[in-house]
Design a protein around this ligand. Sequence first.
Ligand SMILES: *Cc1c(COP(=O)(O)O)cnc(C)c1O
Length: 434
Amino acid sequence: MPREAAAHEWIGRDAAVVWHGFTQMGTYATNSPLVIDRAEGRELIDVDGRRYLDAISSLWVNTLGHRVPELDAALVAQVNKVAHSTMLGNGNTVVIELAEALAGVVPVDAPHFLFAADGAVAVEQALKIAFQYWVNRGVEGRTQYLALGDAYHGDTIGSLSLGDGGVFSAVFDPLCFPVVRTPGYADPGWAAKACAAVEGRAGELAAVVIEPLVQGASGMLCAEAADVRALGETCRAHGVLLICDEVATGFGRTGTLFASEQCGLRPDLLCLGKGITGGYLAMSATVTSGEVFDAFLGCDLGPQTFFHGHSYGGNALAAAVALEHLRLIEDWDVLARVRARTGQLSALLEQRIAPLSGVAAVRQRGLMVGVELAPPRPGLRWGRRVCAGAVARGVLLRPLGDVVVVMPPLTTTEEEIVRIIDALDASVHEVTGS
Ligand SMILES: *Cc1c(COP(=O)(O)O)cnc(C)c1O
C-alpha cells in the first residue's frame, strides 16, 4: 500500500461520522489530521506506521508516557474485579484506596473527594458546593464568583461562565452567568487588583477561582508564586472560599505535585482532572476541605445534602490506574525528573527559541511551556503552521492561537527534549523566515 494510503482512507471514514471538539469540521479533513492507531512510550503511531513524539502529552493529560506496563497491569487487574459500580450512596474498594492515597498528598486540610469524569465537571461541582456552602451555613448574599481575565475552566455552562471566553465562546455569552472579573496573569498588577476586589466585595463573593501559577489555555500565562499566595491570604482573611483549578497544573506538571504547594496555598476546594490517571482514563475530582464538607452534614435526605452526581463518577478502572499512577510518581521520583528536564528545556529555549525574531515571548513553569509567536499582521495562522511543520518533523505540537504549547510527558528524556527543540526551531525558521 502506498505511503499515506491508510491515513487517507481513515480520514475519510472519520470525517463521515465523527465530530471533533474545537474543530471546524468543514476543513478538518484538509488540515492533515493524524489518525493514531497505537503508541509506544512517548511516541504515537499513526495508521501508516509513522511516529510522532507526543510533545503535548495528548492535550496535557499524559504524564508517564503511553502503555506504561505497570498502569496497563493495574487496569487489567481491576477489569478482573469490577469495571464500574455506582458511587451514589455506595462505595467501591479501589475508589476508597485512591481517595486515601490522594488525601496524603493534596494541599487541602482534612480532604474529601467527589469524583467525576471531566475537568469541567470538577469545576462545576466546586462552584455548586461553594454556593451551597453559604446557604447551608445560613449566610446570605454570598452568591458571586471572582474569576480572572484570561481564565479557562472548561466548556460546561458554569465553567464557561468563569472563563474569560473571547471569540470562540462569545456565542454562549447569553447563557452564562456574570462573574466579578479582575485582570489575569498578563497584567503585572493582577494580584493587587484581585485582592482589592476581594476586600471590597467579600460579602457578595461565594468564592474566588484561580488556576494557580499558570493560566494554561490562555497561552501559558505565568504568575509569581508570591502573588498567588497573597490572593490566597486575602481570601482567607475575608472568609471567601478559594477554589484552585489544578486540572492542568496538577500531578507534577509544574515541578511540584500541585502548583498550589509552590504558592503556599491550602485551597478550600481543589479541582483535579487531566493527569490524574496518567492520561489513561476519564477521571476528575473536586476536593473539599473538612470545613466545607462538614457544612453539608445533616439529617437523611435533608436540605444540607449535596444533590449532585454523575453516572461514571468514581469509575473503578480509572481509580485503579490513578492509584498505581500515584505510586509510580513516588517510586520513579518523577518530580526530580521533571525538574531536571525543566532546567534543560529552559536553557534550550533561551538559547535557540527566544532569540528568534518570529518569537515574541517564551513562558515556562516546569514542563508547561508557551512560545508566543510574533506575526507581523493577523490572519497568518503562524501558530497552526509552525505546529504543522513540527508534525511533519515527527513532533506532535498543537497551538493555542499564535502560542505554540510545548508540554512533554513528565518522563520525557534528554534526547526527546532536544528533538522537540530541533523540530520547533526548524519549523519557526521555515514559517516565519527568522
Ligand atoms: C482542561 C482544563 C479544564 C477542563 O477539563 P476537561 O477535562 O477538558 O473538561 C478545566 N480547567 C483547566 C485549568 C483546564 O486546563
